[in-house]
Design a binder for this molecule. Sequence first.
Ligand code: GLY
Ligand code: MN
Ligand code: MN
Length: 432
Amino acid sequence: MKPDDEVLALRRARVARRWELDDEVVIVRAGEPAPWPGTDQHFGFMPHPDAVYLTGVGSPGTTLAYDAGAAQWEFFGPRFSPERLVWEQPPTPVGRPLEELEDWLSERDGRAVIELGACGQPEGAALALSAAIALERMTKDRAEIDDLRRAAAASAAGFEWVYAHAAVGMSERQIQIGMEAEFFAAGAPRVAYDSIVASGPHGAYLHYVYAGDDPLRPASRAITAGDLLLIDAGAQFGGYASDVTRTMVVGAEPDDHQEFLWRLVLSVQQRAIDMCRPGAVWREVHAAAATALGAGLVELGLLRGTPAELVSEGAVALFFPHGLGHLLGLSVHDLTSVPYGPAAGDDPVLSRLGPDRVLQDGMVTTVEPGIYFIDALLGDPAKREQFADCVVWERVDELRGLGGIRIEDDILVTDGEPDVLTAAIAKPIRIG
Ligand code: GLY
Ligand code: MN
Ligand code: MN
């Protein structure tokens, strides 16, 4: 749902309150399409999420300006020349013509100007102001939740196609095309990120994408009976992402290892989703999930030791080498452009964006545990020596080539039960 004037006014008022400025001038730019080097073409345009949040518009060039002294917002949008209109359709006209921005700024000559949005990595005052926008974007309003639900519904249409059509002999690419066609038919203008359709051993590359090898002559593997098929894909709607992973065995009943690991990942995911409640510390939710995965790997005979110690020593991370999830919104890994790190621990604003963040009503996070058999980790001689006591390498080596199992949903944290936005997408263990 496009945010109406009332919603936009509220977002701007809350952001301005956090900024605590005197008489500075702030500019928030949506940006321009990035040129494709060596050509006269441009990449598809991605508006800066902070600009989209504050304007509800995604057209290139649109610019929001704020006069803190007067507590006044002004919106500027491009108008195309007749020459340009021969080649391109006009953007929806919004605000004042962009040419007037320069005059608007010179009327405020001598005041500090802080540039945000599409102007590179923020630093200094711009970083503080960007972090303040991030804190507002961390919890979603009704218009945002509506778009997130629509993105999830379009994703559901794509996954339903997969469940009905994916079969042994089809290529990863065929499945990707069929699924994405349903995203678009359901109203999604674009995908939220490059779809991951990874069969068999390819599931062990966390971000395996079509044409990631060579965009000129991409390879695409055909599915064989008994392969795991890991699909991590999501439609985008109104700029908002969905991010869903399902893993299935295709064309055969799962073998014992596949079934054990699949049920382990699912049960860990269900318990982690249940922890997505206000007040939960994300780092602790991750630790609980990693520990439960470690316990499963001990039960299966791949690890030896105490699950919590296996997590702290790094043995579980050989099989689960990523975070349990991330915030979701106007980008798939939302709010990561504002850098945070060890130093952020002392900063009252930045520290709230990092892994220590405390879940709040209105936040949307993914929950995506996984177990993978990654050659780059499991075949590394230094790691094999380091973990000689706690990893049962002979058993692990038997499972190399299995790929990976990840199950991912998008969770709206509420004061009641966690609201799984992607709950309508079934979780079959076997298809085809
Ligand atoms: N789709 C990328 C991720 O799950 O983080
Ligand atoms: Mn994902
Ligand atoms: Mn994700």
